[in-house]
Ligand binder design. Structure first.
Ligand SMILES: [Zn+2]
Length: 149
């Protein structure tokens, strides 16, 4: 299952990508364009807009909360999603990220992070490194509580 988020759901899009889901976040485009992409690419629309969510042209989910964790939990439980491939997509560009050796990130990430973390990922498109920091721990614990590991 792939997704397209409306412009109100940037944080949700970023976190779903980190959890491994393929999520488009196209910026401010019209409802018609969002529906067009959803139909063309077989994506589920995630939206804060009740009217858009009621379209009968594509599958759509109305995301009621404006709290990120509640949005994640609601989306995952409504659509019965499971996290099977975490840390596989770049939160900025949705491309696949690759696991890299710890030795190769020395000097590229903050020193404290380098000391604390053992696993790192890299997006060649954005030239950005990823690791599972405290925010990651908090969010995954919340999800585990709801859906089990
Ligand atoms: Zn990227």
């Amino acid at each position: 299952m792939r997704f397209i988020c409306d412009h109100m759901l940037g944080a949700l899009a970023r976190w779903m990508r980190l959890l491994g889901f393929d999520v488009l976040y196209p910026g401010p485009i019209s409802d018609r364009e969002i529906i067009g992409i959803a139909v063309e690419e077989d994506r589920v629309i995630l939206t804060r807009d009740k009217e858009l969510s009621s379209t009968d042209k594509a599958q759509a989910l109305y995301v009621e909360s404006d709290d990120l964790e509640e949005q994640l939990l609601a989306t995952m439980s409504e659509l019965e999603l499971k996290v099977t491939d975490p840390m596989s997509r770049c939160s900025l560009c949705n491309a696949q990220i690759e696991k890299v050796d710890k030795t190769s990130v020395e000097g590229e990430v903050p020193e404290g992070v380098f000391d604390r973390q053992e696993e790192f990922w890299y997006c060649p498109t954005c030239n950005k490194y990823y690791w599972q920091g405290s925010h990651w721990d908090r969010i995954t614990k919340t999800i585990e509580k709801l859906v089990g590991s």
